[in-house]
Design a protein around this ligand. Structure first.
Ligand code: LLP
Length: 435
């Protein structure tokens, strides 16, 4: 519940606007982002790196929440942008994001995606595999263009997080393996290429990480490789990209890292190793996603049915669920909730918040202490800004919810609620032909 306030009527305010007002105006379920919090998060990253006096680039990982308005805010705050698909790149272009600050990721970039990246002269492609080197080489030759690339490597580090969001270990679909020599082979393929410029290395060890140790180990592994390549291939890297992964607070039990501790750990390690090896300090690039938008997002729901099973539990069903937030069902992710119009009321009992999909696993929160819950109450779940809307789906043909930005007391719709006609617009009637 960081950065949330309550007015004298006991109503939750988001960005200075009563949640009640937003729900009445736009309907529920509704994703609400406090833009000043997004800006503060972005500025904190940029400022922290500036204070340490290192060359850095902070790229917002738009997979956490991509929309035209969000990409515009990232640009206003001076961030670069990480995209992983044609769709995210298209969104960035629609938003007018400067192409030279766009980086493209992906473990299976299509020819179209690579062509689009090359045609639009994006800043850098993070090359992931051998097939991609072939495709990129072909496209660059065809178009007679050049491209800056980073090489994504898997440093063999297992950060403590959920298995599905752990990415730096050797047994991973992402990147070139460091230990088996794959990374070196890929590097040699690209090093002398007249159209490809290898700026440096990239790794991403996982997401929602609370310890600095994994990041420090990643720096050490990457640095050891760079030193070896300098020795053997006379190559000096200009960039070290350490990915995203900085954890956030979902519930009061979470105790995330301080941004300063994380930045300090990274920078200290890069400087220490550079100086020990007389290596020119590379630029440090990072790609935070969750930590830019996660805590800035709140989802508003309306309570419908309430099922009380004596001595067992009380299920409170809301008008959304795993279609707008699949994280509890997919990762067992934990969240906290409040009743925005009853902020001054005392706790009544422990409830469990259910979604409305036809699936028992569609639970948003198991066990949350709330004031007395009644039909039509408004319910708010916090820290839903990352991988919520981004992972929304159409199960049971629910519409995708609307997204609203609030900032210092004013609010604005930035993604319309999907209409059913928009869903069926893609459907084509089947004409049964006899015989
Ligand atoms: N860079 C790369 C290469 C990544 O793969 C990711 C996330 C990021 C940056 C941003 O990481 P962040 O700062 O957001 O932790 N859907 C999952 C998270 C998947 C993360 C995938 N990659 C979830 O809801 O927890």
């Amino acid at each position: 519940m960081r950065n949330k306030s309550v007015n004298e009527k006991g109503q939750l305010l988001i960005g200075g606007v009563p949640a009640k007002h937003l729900a009445e105006h736009y309907g529920t379920p509704l994703y609400v982002y406090d833009v000043s919090q997004i800006r503060a998060n972005a500025r904190a990253f940029v400022r922290t790196f500036e204070e340490y006096g290192v060359e850095a680039q902070v790229a917002y990982a738009s997979k956490a929440f991509s929309s035209v308005a969000m990409v515009q805010v990232a640009h206003q705050e001076g961030l670069s942008l990480d995209v992983v698909s044609e769709g995210e790149l298209h969104t960035a272009l629609e938003a007018g994001f400067p192409v030279e600050k766009i980086h493209m990721h992906g473990n299976n970039k299509s020819i179209r995606e690579l062509e689009m990246a090359v045609e639009h002269n994006i800043g850098c492609i993070v090359v992931d595999n051998f097939y991609e080197i072939e495709l990129l080489t072909y496209i660059l030759r065809e178009k007679n263009k050049t491209m800056d690339v980073l090489m994504r490597v898997t440093p063999g580090i297992e950060a403590h997080t959920h298995d599905y969001i752990l990415t730096g270990q050797e047994d991973s679909k992402f990147g070139f393996d460091l230990s088996s020599g794959q990374a070196e082979e890929a590097f040699l393929k690209m090093q002398d290429h007249e159209l490809i410029n290898v700026m440096g290395l990239h790794c991403h060890i996982g997401s929602q990480i609370f310890e600095t140790q994994g990041f420090e180990m990643a720096v050490q592994k990457l640095f050891a490789t760079l030193e070896e390549w300098r020795e053997r291939f006379d190559y000096t890297a200009g960039v070290l990209n350490l990915g995203g992964g900085f954890g956030i607070q979902y519930t009061s039990e979470d105790d995330p890292l301080e941004l300063n501790d994380y930045a300090h750990a990274l920078i200290k390690e890069v400087k220490r190793l550079s100086s020990a090896a007389s290596y020119p300090v590379p630029e440090i690039w990072i790609e935070p996603g969750r930590s830019i938008v996660g805590e800035a997002g709140t989802t508003l729901y309306t309570v419908g049915s309430i099922k009380h099973i004596p001595d067992v539990r009380t299920y409170v069903s809301v008008d959304g669920g795993m279609t707008d937030n699949i994280r509890p069902a997919l990762y067992g992710a934990k969240y906290e909730a409040v009743l925005p119009n009853k902020m001054h009321e005392g706790i009544d009992e422990t409830y469990s918040i259910a979604g409305k999909c036809c699936e028992s696993g569609d639970m948003l929160i198991w066990d949350v202490a709330l004031p007395k819950v009644e039909h039509e109450d408004l319910l708010a779940i916090f820290s839903t800004g990352a991988y919520g809307y981004a992972m929304a789906n159409h199960y049971n043909r629910f519409q995708k919810a609307a997204v609203v930005f609030v900032e210092e007391g004013s609010h604005q719709l930035v993604v319309r609620r999907e209409a059913y006609q928009e869903m069926t617009r893609l459907d084509v009637s089947y004409e049964h032909r006899e015989g």
